[in-house]
Design a protein around this ligand. Structure first.
Ligand code: CAA
Length: 279
């Protein structure tokens, strides 16, 4: 089996890491070889940490990194059995990519999107074979979070759906099946909840640290909401909130002004070195 991953940002690199760790030959595509190589370096780094911690043999680490090939050309995806897309969260580029993948890939290749807040059905509508398009939504950080949502779009075939589900299991994940509705399962709940947490910051005048302590020690969250939004990326969270608000018109989905202001100021969380916390 051969898998293609399009986009090697935080999510795509995490997904590619899972694939090569599961013994699957994987090709990753980025817009430049520099970006692709820096993603492979990050994957190599995380796998080296596993070796240092005794969770992985050195030889298995080297084999895994060796299973990842890199390209800037989609044409190299012609022999892939499954392609997972993890590019920018915007509909038009995703639609354009799926139309190209349809032309390039084998007729029976399954085409999956890792979108978190866009409609899989709308992405699939750019192809003439929407039955092979499915959602595979991983959580950040993909190598650590056990869940993957397997999303059935309006025209997804049973075969494509079950192939994606089985592949989620092969990666050692806990897949769940759901339909293509705004936010699917987890983000439908988590995004308004995180937005509520941020509004509480202003309403109850709690500090960032105390809010995080509150949700960790009072609700059993593994990390506080401010830490989590910093991890996900303030821009990514605002973008996902906007997309869900546009679809549902539920006020709780709308990004709190405080987060919009942070996004506009370039306080994007961990990746920019500053968000609610400084890194
Ligand atoms: N990729 C690969 N490996 C990684 C990694 C990454 N991005 N980040 C960390 N690691 C590795 C590191 O090697 C790390 O070990 P070292 O620090 O020794 O190098 C190892 O994982 C363990 O990391 P931690 O010690 O930090 O692990 P932890 O036990 O503290 O757990 C956590 C970390 C799993 C992230 C946990 O805090 C957690 O579950 N947080 C909640 C995360 C969450 O809710 N994510 C969902 C976000 S919402 C989303 O993703 C939806 C969307 O569509 C936007």
């Amino acid at each position: 089996m051969k898998v293609g991953v399009v986009g090697l940002g935080a999510m795509g690199a995490g997904i590619a890491q899972l694939c090569v760790e599961a013994g699957v030959d994987t090709i990753g595509r980025e817009v430049s070889m520099e970006l692709a190589e820096s993603a492979r370096d990050r994957i190599g780094h995380f796998l080296t940490r596993k070796v240092e911690k005794g969770q992985l043999e050195q030889a298995a680490r080297d084999d895994a990194v060796g299973r990842l090939s890199l390209t800037t050309a989609l044409a190299d995806f012609a022999d892939c059995d499954l392609v997972i897309e993890a590019i920018v969260e915007e509909l038009a580029p995703k639609q354009q990519l799926f139309a190209e993948l349809e032309r390039i890939c084998k007729r029976d290749a399954v085409l999956a999107t890792n979108t978190s807040a866009l409609s899989v059905t709308e992405i699939a509508s750019a192809t003439s074979s929407p039955e092979r398009v499915v959602g595979m939504h991983f959580f950040n950080p993909a190598p650590l979070m056990p869940l993957v949502e397997i999303i059935r779009a309006e025209l997804t075939s049973d075969d494509a759906f079950e192939t994606a589900y089985a592949f989620g299991e092969k990666l050692g994940k806990h897949p769940i099946r759901c339909y293509d509705t705004p936010g699917f399962v987890v983000n439908r709940v988590l995004i308004p909840l995180l937005n509520d947490c941020i509004r509480v910051l202003d309403e109850s005048r709690v500090t960032v640290e105390d809010l995080d302590a509150g949700m960790k020690h009072g609700a059993g969250w593994p990390m506080g909401p401010c830490e989590l939004v910093d991890l996900v990326g303030i821009d990514v969270h605002v973008h996902a909130s906007d997309a869900l608000y546009e679809k549902t018109h539920e006020p709780r989905m709308a990004a709190p002004p405080r987060l919009v202001a942070m996004r506009n100021a370039g306080l994007l969380g961990r990746k920019s070195g500053r968000g609610f916390y400084t890194y």
